[in-house]
Design a protein around this ligand. Structure first.
Ligand code: ZN
Length: 343
């Protein structure tokens, strides 16, 4: 038994070309092409070589075919060629993460997806409607990760060694998945979550071709901004021409980055162009462009914590890895920073 789609996926997840894999496994390029196309299958010895070169147990290649996550299904923006290779690696890993969730669902019934779709609406209007539907009122969202999980969104961590790859999302069998870059600050992760929710709400019907991502990205950002900082509530806070200290107090209240707060105030005409620019410079000087001094602690997954550590916990990293025929270290990456590291 040998499954061609698994060989391809194992290769892509490491960002290897066939030529590189040929060099590293000592096999000919032609053989590799034939194995991936299913024209021929490797000998037992060949399978051992491939397994070693790709850091998977040999049995990985013997599991059922695996369906890749197509680029057009996921919410990526247009990327440089080098970054696109890393994106494909992340997408290959995402397909394996789906199997991890599949392993969980053998034992647990996870929340039914309840993310509305408003693909005909303007982003800010859609964000207000989702807030209303979910009874969030005008309050800050205390924990966005928990909120999304309760609405059936499955969260996972993407390989954060790739700092140039942002969060992304897609639907598989009507279930929404969001992959987070958990190496970022808490505030940025929250904005990323709200941004991906924007894609799920606004763009579920759209083919997500990265070449035409510009308008989509702007819409998801507008959605996130309104969803996290609703207009009427921000307007009622008397932030007209706000000082840096007031901006910092407001970002703590809404749990957003100081930069996102500043942007929102400018968007709502509470800061003039000139005030906006000088606020950005001041915040940048104080280190707010990359970090979030005095910020909050990153959110974690409630769902994964329950199924991995709960009273009737059945899915540990180790037994999931065994079932998926992968190294535990690899499976641990799927939930990195979303659950305690002792998982
Ligand atoms: Zn996006």
């Amino acid at each position: 038994m040998f499954t061609p789609s698994r060989l391809r996926l194992a290769r892509l997840r490491l960002g290897l070309t066939r030529t590189r894999l040929a060099a590293e496994s000592g096999m000919s390029l032609r053989s590799l092409v034939e194995y991936e196309n299913g024209k021929r299958r490797p000998t037992n010895e060949g399978m051992e070589k491939l397994a070693a070169a790709l850091s998977v147990p040999r049995e990985f290649f013997e599991r059922d075919p695996i369906e890749p996550v197509p680029v057009q299904a996921a919410s990526f923006r247009k990327l440089s060629k080098a970054t696109a290779t890393r994106r494909d690696a992340v997408l290959a890993t995402a397909a394996l993460t789906l199997e991890f969730y599949g392993a969980i669902e053998q034992y647990f019934r996870l929340p039914t997806p309840a993310v509305p779709t408003f693909d005909k609406l303007a982003p800010d209007h859609a964000a207000e409607l989702v807030r209303r539907q979910w009874n969030l009122g005008d309050r800050p969202i205390s924990n966005l990760a928990h909120l999304l999980e309760s609405k059936g969104v499955r969260l996972a961590s993407l390989n954060q060694d790739y700092s140039d790859i942002d969060a992304f999302c897609f639907y598989r069998d009507a279930v929404p998945y969001v992959f987070l870059n958990t190496g970022k600050t808490a505030e940025r992760q929250r904005f990323d979550l709200a941004h991906e929710l924007g894609h799920l709400v606004l763009h579920s019907e759209v083919e997500m071709d990265p070449a035409h991502s510009k308008a989509r990205e702007a819409e998801a950002n507008a959605f996130a901004s309104t969803f996290l900082m609703p207009e009427s509530a921000v307007l009622s806070q008397l932030m007209d021409g706000a000082s840096v200290e007031r901006v910092l107090a407001a970002r703590s209240y809404w749990k957003v980055s100081a930069m996102a707060m500043t942007h929102r105030l400018h968007e709502l005409r509470l800061l003039s162009d000139w005030q906006y620019r000088s606020m950005c410079i001041t915040l940048s000087d104080r280190g707010f462009r990359k970090e979030e001094p005095g910020g909050v602690v990153p959110e974690t997954s409630q769902l994964l914590r329950k199924v991995m550590f709960g009273a009737e916990a059945r899915v540990s990293i180790r037994n999931a890895a065994k079932e998926l025929e992968l190294d535990a270290a690899e499976v641990r990456q799927y939930v990195r920073h979303l659950v305690p590291t002792s998982a």
